[in-house]
Design a protein around this ligand. Structure first.
Ligand code: FES
Length: 184
């Protein structure tokens, strides 16, 4: 994205990013409302895609009597908030006990190798972010990987992974084609 630097594992939203102006307008429109902290964080995430610490510091200054600590507490308590930049699709590999003993670590390693990605990071093309999670509550399906809301169960054979990822690349290509047709 033009307003962000190229370090894919770090947040680097510039202070002059125009989305701050939009966020300021939003803050002004809800300034007297109850629950403003969470509302502003939600709007910031909608605009930026995530709410890194520098955005939280900016919000804290705008809201006068709200500390960064309060905002950070909210953003880490609710799973809806991302503190780091996310890929278009979120891959979650369960490393709970049942999945781990059935080979979930091999899934993580295959993804790292295939996408050149670290756990907690995003792929260079920003298509995928990778995270390791605790038990997803479906241990009978172990080892389990999720991509967004799609569940991939009993994923013993990591050779399936490139094929699974290709599905998302294909979907993305189709989306782009459709958008180009609409714009034409
Ligand atoms: S340990 Fe992976 S779903 Fe429970």
């Amino acid at each position: 994205m033009a307003n962000e630097c190229n370090n894919r594992n770090e947040s680097c939203i510039r202070p002059d990013d125009p989305r701050y102006k939009e966020l300021k307008a939003y803050i002004d429109s809800v300034r007297d409302q109850q629950g403003i902290n969470i509302m502003v964080l939600q709007e910031a995430q909608r605009l930026f895609g995530y709410v890194p610490l520098e955005v939280q510091k900016w919000i804290s200054l705008e809201l006068d009597d709200v500390s960064v600590g309060e905002l950070y507490g909210i953003s880490t308590f609710y799973s809806q908030f991302n503190l780091t930049k996310q890929g278009k699709h979120k891959i979650s590999v369960c490393l709970g006990t049942a999945c781990y003993v059935k080979g979930a670590q091999a899934i993580v390693e295959a993804l790292q190798q295939h996408l050149d990605i670290e756990v907690g990071g995003i792929s260079e093309d920003e298509m995928f972010s990778l995270e390791a999670t605790r038990c997803l509550g479906c241990c009978s399906l172990a080892p389990v990987m999720m991509i967004d809301d799609d569940v991939y169960a009993k994923l013993y054979d990591t050779k399936q992974i490139p094929e699974i990822l290709d599905k998302y690349y294909l979907e993305s290509e189709l989306e782009h084609e459709m958008e180009s047709e609409v714009d034409a």
